[in-house]
Write a protein that binds this ligand. Structure first.
Ligand code: ADP
Length: 363
């Protein structure tokens, strides 16, 4: 999704795709293993700036490239906090950022003690490698996370688990920020994200009735994190709004993020364009929203998946103003294969249209 933005900016872009079957392979100029230093070094040989659309390129690879003079944005010093949830918690705690109560857990005894102190349950997370709710589990006893303890010493898993209080949240918000190496910062309005089974299902932009205090707190938190961690590119800060009106940080993503997909159709400057401007240290575009409301609904593979051409024809015939984005991914149950964005001035209507169009793709 960065490619159309690059074309519009007149920026030459190269893409290293993991393998031929990936959706990035549509735009790939190279296919190879992003965990292999020689592969990434070879790819980076004649580019001005290296950036990513996920956070899994190993620290060792990034640090070696930086040492060789490659411009990497976001840099490994910032990216480590999006790669490791325990490091993120430790760092944000040192900045006084509001967060759920949390602890570093190395043994089952420590987890059982944390559970006992937090009302009989806890949210346990693997520090690294989780996404879309994989690596997140609500437990009432350490035994329910037994295999995660056993895997702790395996390569790349980190030496400990993260335990958090189970937050009684009213809703989830996300603050999207972009920062240039020269320090310029820009923010989109805070959005509401609705999760189902740990996966983002819908995003409403801006978050309903968040014009005042919540928006201000989200913006302040997003700005502080981007500056203090030295983030370059797009940063998404996932937030909980609690029933007692606090805003707590859930997690960070340092790349264009699902909660910002609405910006492609709903904002003057999309997150993908802004990310490119940021990593190239070019002046930012405006981040205002075009319609009073934008709604993004993810298209997930269902138990059975309609053929995309059949569903596309139905969705577009019935909801002609809905904007469709498909990723060219093989549909599998639960996999994000595309999204729909709608916009307008009646929120209920905009939500209805987006859901109706997305529903044609699912059973
Ligand atoms: P991932 O890295 O897989 O996206 P997250 O840490 O964002 O994992 O958690 C996924 C979802 O699980 C969140 O969006 C939220 O709905 C729920 N969740 C995570 N942490 C907590 C918590 N401490 N309390 C309550 N719900 C949580």
């Amino acid at each position: 999704m960065m490619v159309p933005a690059a074309v519009e900016l007149g920026v030459e872009i190269r893409v290293l795709a993991e393998n031929e079957g990936m959706s990035a392979a549509i735009a790939a100029t190279a296919v190879g293993d992003y965990t292999d230093l020689a592969t990434v070094r070879d790819f980076a040989r004649d580019v001005d700036v290296l950036t990513f659309d996920h956070e899994h390129v190993p620290q060792a690879v990034l640090r070696a490239l930086v040492a060789e003079g490659v411009q990497v944005h976001p840099g490994p010093d910032a990216l480590q906090y999006a790669q490791d949830k325990l490091r993120m918690r430790e760092r944000l705690a040192s900045l006084g950022i509001p967060m759920p109560d949390w602890a570093r857990i190395e043994t089952a005894e420590e987890l059982d003690a944390f559970i006992a102190d937090h009302g009989g349950h806890a949210v346990v997370k693997t520090a690294r490698g989780g996404y879309d709710g994989k690596g997140v589990r609500v437990v009432t006893s350490a035994a329910q996370a037994e295999e995660w303890f056993l895997a702790l010493d395996e390569d790349g898993r980190g030496g400990a688990l993260l335990a958090e209080e189970l937050v009684d949240f009213r809703r989830e918000l996300a603050q999207l920020v972009a920062r240039r190496p020269s320090g310029d910062i820009t923010l989109w309005p805070v959005v509401e994200s609705v999760q189902k089974d740990g996966v983002c299902a819908e995003v409403i932009a801006p978050a309903p009735s968040a014009a005042g205090r919540e928006a201000e707190m989200a913006a302040r938190i997003g700005t502080t994190i981007a500056e203090e961690l030295g983030v370059t590119g797009v940063l998404a800060v996932e937030l909980f709004e609690t029933t007692d009106e606090r805003i707590l940080v859930n997690e960070l993503a340092m790349r264009p993020h699902n909660t910002g997909h609405w910006t492609i159709d709903g904002s003057t400057t999309s997150q993908f364009e802004q990310h490119l401007r940021a990593v190239l240290d070019l002046p930012f575009g405006a981040t205002g929203h075009r319609d009073p409301w934008s709604v993004m609904v993810n298209i997930l593979g269902g138990p059975t998946v309609r053929t995309l051409d059949e569903a596309t024809a139905l969705a577009m015939a019935d909801q002609p103003t809905a904007k469709l984005h498909l990723y060219g991914k093989e549909p599998r149950p639960g996999r994000k294969v595309g999204h729909i964005t709608t916009g307008g001035d009646d929120l209920d209507e905009v939500v209805f249209q987006a859901r109706a169009a997305a529903a044609f793709f699912q059973d």
